[in-house]
Write a protein that binds this ligand. Structure first.
Ligand SMILES: [Zn+2]
Length: 391
């Protein structure tokens, strides 16, 4: 069943959404082609840009201010990268942006290039509206792999002395304002042991067995969260979760393993101190080390942060939530289960809400799509922003 397509999305907005989907910006690649495409367009409109690049210079954040010099302003925030599609059974070209039955198909269509495309398509109209406040576009790199780009972008805003008053993160919420999401914090733990023939265990430090002791601690922590909370109703799992996602170690049945590596994560409900959780994990590792060191002082645990996206929680009266509710003429709100950059903007002191076209059920899946009805609803929100001050 196709969704109704009225009111129609404008041809220019649809064209921009499709154009961006056709540029491959999987997180491990450069997003240069996409950033250049948008930057070239905005430059022709005379919009000042701030580009902040990653260390290798391969990826960039694009921050554009429409109405430079005007106070405050509303940030429209989106990430330019996408997850990959290898191994998924797609029936359409992931880079095709094919239009079929009232939907635009392609990787990143819902998450979240259509939102970015709509913003860009409306740039000229925002300029012509000559609003009393600035509108900023904040398009980041590396959201899907840990929010590294947005951190960089937000630091640059502070350096530039910019103080936006509202932020709308256009992740797919079905155009319902989302008030909260969990954090996502992930680490790689490497256990260094000492190898020996498996008949000579006293000479060895078993990396896998020591890893298993720490993993058992993580499982115990997860059980305690589930039993004792803290709880936040509205989430599918209304408590903090912990999980091990990857483990690797050992080379042969008759060799005590020297190395083991595993990845684990916490998805914390707002209000939980994740640093404290990680401190508990590290403390357990340190408690295991004396016995390891007794055999070989070169053994032990090492930790590397893979991903650190803070949780997000706004109150119902938050200025950004109220703004979007006014723009959409709705009192509805929701919570979402996925992480976004909203927590980063909020921690920078900018009232933030998550609201964008499409649905997370389609994101990261084969045959990802966004419906034209959702695009039209998002376009209506942008048009309303042109007509009404943010308050
Ligand atoms: Zn996303």
């Amino acid at each position: 069943m196709s969704e109704p397509t009225t009111p129609a999305v404008s041809p220019e907005a649809l064209d921009w959404a499709q154009r961006l989907v056709r540029l491959n910006t999987i997180s491990d690649r450069s997003n240069k082609a996409l950033v250049d495409t948008i930057a070239d367009h905005l430059r022709t409109l005379g919009v000042p840009l701030r580009l902040t690049r990653d260390e290798a210079g391969a990826k960039a954040n694009l921050f554009a201010t429409l109405g430079a010099g005007k106070p405050g302003g509303v940030i429209l925030s989106g990430h330019t990268d996408t997850v990959p599609w290898a191994g998924q059974a797609w029936s359409v070209d992931p880079l095709g942006a094919e239009l079929r039955e009232g939907r635009v198909y392609g990787r990143g269509s819902a998450d979240m290039k259509a939102f970015i495309g709509l913003c860009v398509a409306h740039a000229q109209a925002f300029l012509e509206a000559d609003l009393p406040f600035a509108v900023h576009f904040a398009f980041s790199y590396d959201e899907e792999v840990g929010g590294f780009g947005a951190r960089h972008l937000i630091a640059d805003l502070k350096d530039a002395g910019l103080a936006p008053t509202h932020c709308i993160v256009g992740e797919p919420t079905g155009m319902v304002p989302a008030l909260a999401h969990k954090g996502v914090h992930r680490w790689c733990c490497r256990v260094k042991g000492r190898a020996a023939h498996s008949s000579q265990t006293p000479k060895a430090v078993n990396a896998i067995e020591n890893a298993a002791r720490l993993i058992a601690q993580l499982a115990d922590m997860a059980e305690a969260f589930r039993r004792d909370g803290p709880f936040r109703e509205g989430f599918e799992a209304p408590f903090t979760t912990a999980a091990v996602g990857v483990i690797e170690g050992g080379i042969a049945d008759n060799v005590i393993p020297e190395d083991c590596r595993f990845h684990y994560e916490f998805r914390d409900v707002p209000g939980v101190d994740v640093d404290q959780l990680q401190t508990e994990v590290v403390a357990r590792a340190r408690a295991l080390e004396p016995a390891m060191h007794a055999v070989d002082p070169g053994t032990g645990f090492g930790f590397e942060t893979l991903c650190s996206m803070p949780s997000f929680s706004a109150s119902a009266g938050d200025p950004a939530v109220e703004l979007v509710q006014r723009l959409l003429s709705t009192t509805q709100t929701t919570l979402v289960g996925f992480g976004t950059e909203a927590g980063l903007f909020q921690r920078a002191g900018i009232p933030t809400v998550v609201c964008g076209p499409g649905f997370i059920d389609q994101a990261h899946q084969a045959d990802e799509y966004v419906s034209l009805a959702q695009l039209a609803a998002c376009e209506a929100m942008l048009q309303a922003l042109r007509r009404r001050p943010p308050g």
